[in-house]
Design a protein around this ligand. Structure first.
Ligand SMILES: *Cc1c(COP(=O)(O)O)cnc(C)c1O
Length: 364
């Protein structure tokens, strides 16, 4: 038996007819740039996120960077975020011209620790960027409360949490804005790159629309210098079809997680905890184990493909050596980076595959 980490082909086979028809329509319409499908996806995705409006861009990192810029955050500013994320969370802050300031995570759910945020606030702090890591929302009420008290913006990095809920509300518009990635392996993935920003403030969304499209207000009327970071019409057409299945796919991920939880209950690994306020969408199913490297090697040798998210915390990445962080600065994140192991997780994973993986884990 083989258990891939993700399998995008099974899902494509299940929606192939719809996708083929829709792509053919785009080609016949030839509205390849910011076409009708982009506008429809923006409307539908905003509604899905319980947000007023949305704007499609070319990637998750663009959504984050352009949102920061649209909120007026840049040179001389600091943005608080978590060090245990994909590099793009922090590098979006850097590309906007600001400096990422890390705050360690709480030890239960792997998300930023609201109790440690205030100590990191300085006169330069302009925003907090919580990451809903692995598909579980950060504690947004606590974060919004701190932001309100200190006059800070809140931007959700929801790149791993499409459809997740915090206290019954969808993530995305719980703060000032939320950013999503449509990288193929994400819970809602394109067949290439893509991203989306959602917000309730129309003015911020309009600003991002200009930032993604050469600073244009109308065609050939450029208000400021800006980028080409547009979402492709073809990708939007695919994403519109996939969005209709997203809740069902997330439900299957939760069922897979529940089976992992049950089978690993009496093993010597720690299964992921779910906060009382969260509806987790399990972009990743991450266990904690004391002999991580050995277990990873063993599973891979038996064709059960596990992964690490992430083996090196952002503050210890060579790319950020100039910020002067050192080992020991974020002890919870650093300890976990040596103990985390992401097990295979995608909606179409079978019970047999999960049983097989868990048997191997229990042998260790
Ligand atoms: C995937 C991801 C991003 C970046 O998304 P891209 O579309 O690859 O640019 C940012 N933050 C997090 C937490 C991610 O998982």
């Amino acid at each position: 038996m083989k258990v891939p980490f993700v399998d995008l082909r099974i899902q494509y086979e299940s929606i192939k007819e719809e996708v083929d028809v829709s792509l053919k329509k785009v080609m016949e319409n030839t509205d390849f740039i910011l076409g009708e499908e982009v506008q429809l996806l923006e409307k539908e995705y905003a509604r899905f996120c319980e947000a007023e409006c949305a704007v499609g861009v070319d990637s998750g990192i663009s959504a984050l960077e352009l949102t920061l810029r649209a909120l007026g955050i840049g040179e001389g500013d600091e943005v608080i975020t978590a060090p245990n994320s994909f590099i793009a969370t922090a590098s979006a802050i850097s590309f906007a011209g600001a400096v990422p300031v890390f705050v360690d995570i709480e030890p239960e759910y792997f998300n930023i620790d609201p109790g440690k945020i205030e100590a990191a606030i300085t006169p330069k702090t302009k925003a907090i960027m919580p990451v809903h890591l692995y598909g579980q929302p950060a504690d947004m009420d606590a974060i919004n409360e701190i932001a309100r008290k200190h006059g800070l913006k809140v931007i959700e990095d929801a790149c791993q949490a499409h459809g997740a809920r915090y206290k019954r509300r969808r993530v995305g518009a719980l703060g000032d804005a939320g950013c999503f990635s449509f990288y193929p392996g994400k819970n809602l993935g394109a067949y290439g790159d893509g991203g989306m920003m959602v917000a309730n403030d129309k003015a911020v969304v309009e600003k991002v629309k200009m930032l993604r499209n050469y600073g244009q207000k109308q065609k050939y009327n450029h208000i400021f210098l800006a980028f080409n970071r547009r979402l492709d019409t073809m990708q939007a057409a695919i994403l519109r079809i996939k969005l209709r299945h997203l809740d069902e796919w997330n439900r299957k991920r939760r069922a897979n997680a529940a089976l992992y939880d049950r089978l690993l209950k009496d093993s010597n690994v720690r299964t992921p905890a779910v906060a009382g306020y969260a509806e987790h969408v399990y972009h990743l199913y991450v266990i904690i184990t004391e002999n991580r490297d050995k277990l990873l090697e063993y599973l891979n040798a038996k064709s059960v493909f596990a992964g690490l998210h992430y083996p090196i915390p952002i503050h210890l990445q060579p790319a950020y050596s100039s910020l002067g962080y050192k080992k020991g600065d974020y002890p919870v994140t650093e300890e976990y980076s040596g103990k985390i192991l992401s097990l295979p997780m995608f909606p179409e994973l079978t019970e047999e595959q999960i049983h097989f993986a868990c048997e191997l884990i229990k042998e260790n």
